[in-house]
Write a protein that binds this ligand. Structure first.
Ligand code: ATP
Ligand code: MG
Length: 450
């Protein structure tokens, strides 16, 4: 009797557990389908209420007419379709993390972006968004998307965003004209719009106290990206431009705005850098006299922008002594120029250490990696390890000129399509900048003679 009791109790417990799991499963499924069920329930309730007033058939007709009427309103239709899509995404996310056996990661607000969807998420206690990031590939398989990107909020480790990348919004994008193409005057102290990201938002960089290294295979769009930075500096009459162009044809159009231009000649380039170094030393003496550690916008002191296209040309010079001198002068400007207002922007195809000494390369704070042939080449530009974290410029297709990964203020590379200036735009901008500088120079000359 006691033996029968002890055998039947575990069986009954098991049955209860199974029943409980089934009920929980059904309730969970109903809860996840709450929006759809809620909509159907409202229609049924509406029909029941109306049936008491106008009869069954008329109530059905009225409810259908009302629903059709509401759906005919574009705002309501759009809202409903979006709410259903968001609910579908949340359900898919729930299934994905349960299938990947991850701790609970609750999905919140879902928003549509050109690449797919952006989902706000909250990790459960004892878990982390980093653990979710490590399973991004499996999650992408479960969700059947191109890529899953996880970014945690800077101020709260529990919350963040998950980007479900379904398509490459930059792939079909035609060349995007520069936002400041028609500007009369610009300031290099202000953020410079350089491109659009996958969310369709403008990406900017703020250059004071920074240096930029641009890299990528031939024809990837380095000179085009560099010309946007040069154009901004040229349209700021307070900026002094120093140009080094290993090809001569890329930057010579800006010559009337430049303090000095060096072509594919190492001696010219060294002379330019020496002159700039003297300016830098003079600037530090001036700062010392003013009791300042670095220049500020309100000081009225000029920023110096050094733009160097085809850096490898100068660093690959056959004369080893000159090559070393060039590298040392540039390294010194990058290393010490920040507080004096010297900004160096250099472009080269592959800044490997046999081309660009790592003592120089590692000093560049901002990096733009345009299309590269290999993940190693991408890491050479952005820094070691980014390719394995999914930020790999070798995944950019060869036809996507001007698409790249920008590593700037955020500290994480941002995929963008750079704005593009046609040759006509560059000519027009260079003419406008030269006229602006001439006006500025004349006004200053008049003031001194008065
Ligand atoms: N942002 C862009 N949008 C659209 N097209 C672009 C963009 N950037 C570059 N291109 C196209 O790619 C071509 C090559 O660009 P660019 O000369 O800047 O390449 P590069 O990387 O400097 O090449 P190289 O290493 O040979 O100097 C341009 O003539 C232009 O047609
Ligand atoms: Mg070029």
């Amino acid at each position: 009797m006691t033996g029968e009791l002890s055998r039947s109790r575990p069986r009954r417990d098991r049955r209860n557990e199974e029943l409980f799991a089934r009920v929980a499963g059904v309730l969970g499924a109903l809860w996840r389908l709450r929006l759809e069920l809620g909509l159907v329930a409202s229609l049924v309730c509406g029909q029941l209420v109306l049936a008491g007033l106008v009869g069954d058939v008329a109530a059905v007709v009225l409810v259908i007419a009302l629903a059709a009427g509401l759906l005919a309103i574009p705002v309501v239709r759009r809202w409903l379709l979006w709410a259903l899509r968001a609910a579908r995404v949340r359900r898919a996310w729930w299934r994905a993390w349960t299938d990947c056996e991850l701790p609970r990661v609750r999905a919140g607000r879902v928003s549509a972006i050109p690449a797919g969807e952006l989902v706000r998420v909250r990790a459960s206690r004892g878990s982390s968004l980093e653990a979710v990031e490590n399973r991004a590939e499996e999650l992408a398989v479960c969700l059947q998307v191109r890529e899953v990107r996880i970014a945690r909020d800077a101020d709260n480790a529990a919350t963040g965003t998950v980007t479900l990348v379904r398509r490459d919004p930059l792939a079909g994008m035609k060349s995007v004209p520069w936002r400041c193409r028609d500007a009369e005057e610009l300031s290099l102290w202000e953020p410079i719009p350089v491109g659009v990201d996958e969310l369709g938002e403008t990406v900017t960089v703020c250059l004071p106290e920074r240096n930029v290294l641009l890299g990528g295979e031939p024809g990837a769009g380095k000179s085009a990206a560099l010309s946007i930075l040069v154009a901004t500096a040229a349209l700021d009459p307070g900026v002094r431009l120093w140009l080094l162009d290993g090809k001569l044809v890329e930057l010579s159009v800006w010559a009337p705005c430049a303090q000095r231009l060096a072509g594919p000649d190492i001696d010219e380039a060294i002379a330019l850098l020496r002159e700039l170094r003297e300016e830098m030393e003079a600037r530090y003496r001036e700062l010392l006299a003013r009791g300042q550690r670095k220049i500020a916008r309100e000081d009225g002191l000029a920023l110096h922008l050094v733009a160097c296209d085809e850096l490898a040309f100068y660093l690959g010079c056959e004369d080893r002594k000159k090559q070393r001198e060039f590298a040392e002068l540039l390294r010194d400007l990058v290393a010490r120029g920040r507080a004096a207002g010297v900004i160096v922007c250099a472009a080269t195809q592959k800044p490997a250490s046999d081309v660009v000494p790592s003592a120089l390369r590692d000093l560049f704070g901002f990096r733009l990696a345009l299309r590269c042939n290999t993940p190693q080449a991408s890491d050479t530009i952005l820094g070691q390890g980014w390719a394995t974290l999914g930020h790999n410029a070798a995944t950019i297709s060869p036809g996507q000129r001007g698409v790249g990964l920008l590593l700037a203020e955020d500290g994480t590379p941002v995929r963008l399509r750079g704005f593009h200036l046609t040759d006509g735009d560059v000519d027009e901008l260079a003419g406008r900048a030269a006229a602006l500088r001439a006006d500025d120079w004349l006004t200053a000359a008049e003031e001194t003679t008065r």
